[in-house]
Design a protein around this ligand. Structure first.
Ligand code: KG4
Ligand code: ZN
Length: 335
């Protein structure tokens, strides 16, 4: 069974063909990152116009690389939300057009559910119940999963998402866009010498990252971080500040995830979303967890369509097929 996945929720135009929900036959991604970098963030209008230009060639490349014909497909899985309305519309309308023209079933996929299902692309023997930490540009969710499609959100961010916090910290430290990889790269040359506040929000599994970001901003504004490349300054450097920020965010993410997993006596922990490509987060979670931890390779953590196809396969198995009235839901939640 081959599923075509289509993903256009933000600034990546992606198409992939996945077999039986687990084997990637192709995984094509056209990134717009260079276009948005000059504005320091994603410009929605520009993103949707780029999706229109890229979507057909990307689908053709995915089908060609997979050596798939339309009649090989079981169906089409497309992201319907959460995401930017104009961007989502491009993927959903193209998916519906193909479904109508080729008489194929279609299923609308929640982008966050897609991130979780990236894990099935690396291990098909995943056991429930499990806890998944989804950390992306828009979300930091701790999710209990008792079966396919069965989600209980145990905790979420009360302000900035983890990825958003990385992006804002990178702006404060003048490290450019996208912020997550820039902070990780800068942090490699520094030490986490600055003690930044952690919001533990005791008694809940929620997160809050805006305090860490504000503390960093105050230090920079007070001239307590050296932006100079000259050696000899007594002050912590930008690299030290990046390492300290990264450590503070990861500390909270790892501690709370492990606590929730123990509390709910799950069999394993999954990690998902763009921030899951952070090497330090991956290492710390594996080191601190008494349970098995599953983490997709970085290319399957950031936005891609293979994860949407994997999730779509599971939805088709459960009989969750949509009609051609399928629409985008920009504010879609997991549960
Ligand atoms: O999942 P994703 O690709 O898109 C959304 O669904 O939002 O996540 C993008 C986010 C961005 O905020 C980006 O800065 C962050 O993931 N990110 C990282 C790393 N790579 C991407 N954050 C920390 N470390 C990284 N290596
Ligand atoms: Zn994403």
């Amino acid at each position: 069974m081959k599923t075509l996945g289509i993903e256009t929720s933000c600034d990546e135009t992606a198409a992939a063909v996945v077999e039986d929900g687990v084997r990637i036959l192709s995984n094509q991604i056209a990134s717009q990152v260079e276009i948005h970098a000059r504005y320091g963030g994603v410009v929605p209008e520009v993103a949707s116009r780029q999706h229109i230009l890229a979507i057909i060639p990307i689908i053709e490349q995915a089908m060609a690389e997979a050596k798939a014909t339309w009649s090989d497909l079981e169906g089409i899985a497309v992201t319907i939300g959460p995401g930017l309305a104009g961007s989502l519309l491009v993927g959903v309308n193209v998916a519906k057009a193909i479904a109508l023209a080729r008489g194929l079933p279609i299923t609308g996929v929640n982008h966050l559910e897609g991130h979780i299902y990236a894990n099935w692309l690396i291990d098909r023997s995943i056991e429930f119940p499990l806890v998944c930490l989804i950390v992306s540009g828009g979300h930091s969710d701790l999710v209990l999963m008792k079966g396919h499609g069965d989600y209980v959100v145990l905790g979420r961010t009360r302000d900035d998402a983890a990825g958003e916090a990385f992006d804002k910290a990178a702006r404060i430290l003048e490290l450019g866009y996208p912020g997550g990889p820039a902070i990780e790269q800068a942090a490699r040359a520094g030490t986490a010498s600055i003690q930044l506040p952690r919001a533990w929000l005791k008694g809940t599994s929620d997160f809050s990252f805006s305090g860490i970001k504000t503390a960093l901003l105050r230090l920079v504004e007070a001239g307590k971080v050296s932006f100079s490349t000259n050696q000899g300054s007594e002050l912590p450097t930008v690299a030290d500040a990046a390492a300290s920020f990264q450590e503070a965010v990861i500390d909270v993410l790892v501690t709370k995830t492990v606590a929730v997993a123990k509390e709910h006596r799950v069999k394993q922990i999954l990690l998902a979303g763009g921030v899951a490509s952070n090497e330090r987060l991956r290492q710390r979670l594996v080191k601190n967890s008494p349970l098995p931890v599953l983490i997709p390779p970085p290319v399957l953590c950031t936005d891609n369509a293979a994860m949407i196809a994997a999730c779509g396969y599971s939805r088709f198995r459960a009989g969750k097929t949509d009609g051609l009235d399928l629409d985008v839901i920009p504010g879609l939640k997991l549960a």
